[in-house]
Write a protein that binds this ligand. Structure first.
Ligand code: F6R
Length: 238
């Protein structure tokens, strides 16, 4: 089932998204959250930090698995997704960062093996309770780019030119954007009990429409979500 919430502003999207995550944590303190980076979830993380400071949410037993990481960047690198998560959320709440937060290791010698280990670890925690997703302009979720088939496992990927361009805003120069990454595959994402997809801005409207109402195809990776039983989409045009 898909619940579509169109809200008026990014602030509303962020508040609503944080409320949904907070409800999951409150009903299951040892929940497993699948988390995303990118610009859209930042407001959600800000709200979760405020909620934590106000004593409304406790992260002490929460376990997290992030969707993806650039290949070749370690966690000290300011452009890495580990660094992003530490600075936008983990450092500001009472989560056990060392033991309970997981981001694929972009420095792993063999990213295929890293992928197998990552999926095994997710399974050992009983899978993901809530997976937070953004959507790329080409319909990617995680770094699952348009392809001829859906890939189930966490796996290495080559980023599309449009993704490199979109992500260049976070780097000094476009040439600095890594061209390879590791991403959770569709298996762990689709096995999540609940999915929350957030999209912000006019430029995301067309791809969101395609993903939610168009044909289910690996050419629009997010379209696979039409087959998931519990998806909430929050969209704000501004
Ligand atoms: C990030 C990720 C990506 C982003 C997507 C949208 O971990 O998995 O799929 O969610 O590129 O990014 P923003 O939110 O910056 O538009």
């Amino acid at each position: 089932m898909l619940t579509y919430l169109q809200v008026a502003t990014y602030e509303e999207l962020s508040r609503k998204g944080a409320d949904i995550i907070r409800e999951v944590i409150t009903s299951k303190p040892q929940c497993v959250l699948g988390l995303a980076t990118g610009s859209t979830p930042i407001g959600i993380y800000d709200n979760l930090i405020s909620d934590y400071q106000a004593g409304k949410v406790d992260f002490s037993s929460v376990v997290t698995f992030n969707l993806d990481e650039y290949a070749g960047l370690d966690g000290e690198n300011e452009q890495s997704y580990r660094y992003f998560m530490d600075h936008h959320l983990f450092n500001h709440v009472n989560i056990n960062k060392e033991q309970n937060t997981n981001v694929p290791d972009g420095m792993a010698f063999d990213l295929m093996v890293e992928g197998i280990c990552y999926d095994t670890l997710i399974e050992s925690f009983g899978g993901i309770d809530l997976q937070l997703l953004g959507i790329g302009l080409d319909g990617h979720i995680g770094f699952n780019e348009p392809d001829d088939c859906f890939t189930k496992e966490t796996h290495p990927v080559t980023l599309d030119e449009s993704t490199i361009e979109a992500n260049a805003r976070f780097f000094e120069r476009k040439e600095d954007v890594p061209t390879k990454a590791i991403t959770m595959g569709m298996g762990s994402i689709m096995a999540a009990k609940q999915i929350l997809l957030v999209a912000n801005g006019e430029k995301k409207k067309a791809i969101l429409e395609k993903a939610l109402n168009g044909p289910i195809t690996p050419r629009v990776p997010a379209s696979i979500l039409q087959l998931h039983p519990n998806v909430t989409v929050i969209y704000s045009e501004v």
